[in-house]
Design a protein around this ligand. Structure first.
Ligand code: NDP
Length: 445
């Protein structure tokens, strides 16, 4: 790391103590910026780096709610409005017991550069709560969402801050939150949240977008080597929104996904994942991966260990941060894996990224490879603003075009800064320069 960026990183660690995921995300971006600053020193002037690592606003609030037995619970809510240079803050809400300020900050920081890569005029933000929706009734989830939105509503708006879903927040939760927002504001601001239901302002393809985009990114990377996904064995982790639609698109492109997982274990289905059954178990019944194995002869459930022990050609980590460490990366490489496209945010540890890059395989970092979700959220905002609705083919064609542009921007930036094929450098440099140029234009704010 260059001296100038090293100093900024040390400041971040000192000012955000114990927020290890945030440190990790900042380190990865700053490390990539060495060649950018060397070529364009003005990016290190005017405390631009110091400003970009400091959120514009951080909101933390109490979320009290009552369970079905009448017991009162208190969770903590967060919204980090990180950077609005390119547009209203945009980024999902995560409901998971592991959520804390550092996790939301890392996600918000990543979101700045990801959103810049989409070229859709959206700033970076993220939010959530340490609430765990698992095992809660619909009525409990509704009361929690209403309480959460009662505070959040005063901070968001279609031109200010537009949240969406993430881990633990899908169509059901967005519905409850939108209902409460509308009631509080007495205003049908469809553009205040994305990931909405199709009958009330949602966009076709938003549900599929992140998983589809991750696979399209893998396909674009393979195309640079004259290859494709056709006939490849694909390993997927997670069994939520991103994982399910990554499996769907991989199947459409002629690949065979053979794994998925949740926090109870992973499933290997050598015959190829039965997508309809997986959707039934996860989307309809909200069940566990064991429920799939019970109904699918030939599939096996592995508890303990990691999905990355299974040999395959392509890995799509689609669960959560730091789920793929250095050892797992080396196991994947020994198993013949030549492509990793990150559906989750920061699923590979720094050691894993280093192992992939050393081995010279195709590695697509999350901020580029999973940007299809937020890009389609921006398309949802565009449809809301125009009071219009596109058909599936139109929305999917736009997503496909955006993913191709993101891929090409990463390739071009990696070449410009002397490391062809390095998608980490490419994504960070391309995303950073787009935000930094506008921050300079806006003056010291
Ligand atoms: P979901 O809640 O729909 O699914 C998450 C999946 O990952 C579940 O199967 C869950 O299992 C598993 N998982 C989550 N945390 C852990 C953990 N600590 N250990 C093991 N398994 C875990 O979330 P999404 O699919 O929406 O999000 C997945 C990832 O993709 C996240 O990193 C998210 O930030 C990222 N992402 C999502 C976007 C979107 O549009 N939804 C956009 C861009 C990125 P279990 O149910 O057992 O917890």
């Amino acid at each position: 790391m260059q001296d100038v960026v090293e100093k900024v990183y040390e400041q971040v660690v000192a000012r955000n103590r114990g927020e290890v995921e945030f440190h990790q995300a900042v380190h990865e971006v700053l490390e990539s910026l060495g060649p950018v600053i060397a070529k364009h020193p003005h990016y290190a002037e005017g405390a631009l780096l110091e400003r970009i690592v400091e959120p514009e606003r951080q909101i933390m609030f109490r979320v009290p709610w009552v369970d079905d037995a009448g017991q009162v619970h208190v969770n903590r809510g967060f919204r980090i409005e990180f950077n609005s240079a390119l547009g209203p803050y945009k980024g999902g809400l995560r409901f998971h017991p592991s959520v804390n300020a550092g996790i939301i900050k890392f996600l918000g920081f990543e979101q700045i550069f990801k959103n810049a890569l989409t070229a859709q005029g959206i700033g970076g933000g993220k939010g959530g709560s340490d609430f765990d929706p698992h095992g809660r009734s619909d009525a409990e989830v509704m009361r929690f969402c209403q309480s959460f939105m009662t505070e959040l509503a005063r901070h968001i708006g279609p031109s200010t801050d537009v949240p969406a879903g993430d881990i633990g927040v899908g169509g059901r939760e967005i519905g409850y939150m939108f209902g409460q927002y509308k009631r509080l504001r007495n205003s049908y601001d469809a553009g205040v949240l994305t990931g909405k239901g199709l009958a009330w302002g949602g966009s076709l393809v938003r549900t599929e977008a992140t998983g589809y985009g991750t696979v399209l990114f893998a396909q674009s990377m393979l195309a640079t080597k004259g290859e494709s996904l056709e006939g490849k064995k694909v390993l997927v982790s997670g069994a939520g929104n991103v994982a399910i639609y990554a499996i769907e698109k991989a199947q459409q492109l002629g690949a065979t996904p053979i794994t998925f997982s949740d926090s109870s274990g992973y499933v290997v289905d050598e015959a190829g994942v039965d997508l309809e059954l997986l959707k039934q178990v996860k989307e309809v019944e909200r069940g566990r991966v064991a429920d799939y194995v019970e109904r699918r002869p030939g599939a096996r459930l592995v508890t303990g260990g990691s999905v990355w022990e299974v040999p395959g050609d392509v890995a799509l980590p689609c669960a959560t941060q730091n789920e793929l460490d250095g050892d797992a990366a080396n196991t994947l490489l020994r198993g013949g894996c030549g492509v990793v496209s990150e559906g989750a945010n920061m699923p590979s540890t720094p050691e894993a990224v280093e192992a992939f890059q050393k081995a010279g395989i195709l590695f697509g970092p999350g901020k580029a490879a999973n940007a299809g979700g937020v890009a389609t959220s921006a398309l949802e905002m565009e449809q809301n603003a125009g009071r219009t609705r596109w058909d599936f083919a139109t929305a999917e064609a736009k997503l496909t075009g955006i993913m191709a542009d993101i891929h090409d921007s990463c390739v071009a930036a990696a070449e410009e800064y002397g490391r062809p094929g390095d998608y980490v450098l490419g994504a960070n440099a391309a995303g950073f320069t787009r935000v930094a140029d506008v921050m300079i234009a806006h003056g010291i704010v």
